[in-house]
Design a protein around this ligand. Structure first.
Ligand SMILES: CC(C)(COP(=O)(O)OP(=O)(O)OC[C@H]1O[C@@H](n2cnc3c(N)ncnc32)[C@H](O)[C@@H]1OP(=O)(O)O)[C@@H](O)C(=O)NCCC(=O)NCCS
Length: 154
């Protein structure tokens, strides 16, 4: 699959987003209610990437009060390591900046090496650590960066 551009997600994308959650986050996928609630927020920033009729990647978060947070980013397992995640992250950052955010934050598990490498490659750096943040007792690493992202296109 070629690397594709993202488009804003809406309520009609709910089933595809829930299905992608199940494929990308086995054992810790968001429920349909969690995705629906996020899509209904007035400050939501949600992007999907389609390949034909199928949603193959998504980024979900919010932007408000001059800041933004990436809550979920997922690329279908069959479509990884082709640059789609990086392009989607840049598009998400650009959408947050367009919504008035001057900073982007996120949390990530220290053992999520793919996500950490992706975030660092796109200019995010570690700003802190939340002890025992996850249900299994793992810490969360806090990463952030100013917006717009420097020198990387969406
Ligand atoms: C993290 C994720 C979104 C990356 O998507 P992707 O499309 O594979 O990412 P890209 O192809 O754009 O990779 C960009 C860079 O990230 C790094 N990277 C991505 N996957 C990696 C891996 N498995 N191991 C090491 N580095 C990796 C590399 O630096 C890569 O650049 P390169 O391919 O030129 O070396 C994808 O692995 C995923 O969906 N994971 C499951 C969900 C998840 O954990 N999301 C993050 C927490 S919300």
């Amino acid at each position: 699959m070629a690397v594709r551009a993202a488009r804003p997600a809406g309520p009609r994308d709910l089933p595809a987003l829930v299905a992608l959650e199940a494929r990308a986050f086995p054992g810790e996928a968001w429920s349909e209610a969690q995705v629906r609630d996020l899509l209904a927020r007035p400050d939501v920033v949600a992007l999907v990437v389609e390949d034909g009729q199928a949603v193959v990647a998504a980024a979900l978060g919010w932007a408000a009060g001059g800041v933004s947070e990436l809550l979920r980013i997922a690329v279908d397992p069959a479509s990884r390591r082709r640059g789609q995640g990086g392009r989607l992250l840049s598009a998400f950052a650009a959408a947050c900046h367009a919504a008035g955010a001057e900073e982007l934050w996120l949390e990530v598990r220290p053992d999520n090496h793919a996500a950490l490498a992706l975030y660092r490659a796109r200019g995010l750096s570690m700003t802190g650590r939340r002890p025992r943040y996850y249900a299994d007792g793992a810490d969360a690493l806090l990463l952030g960066c100013p917006l717009p992202l420097a020198g990387l296109s969406a």
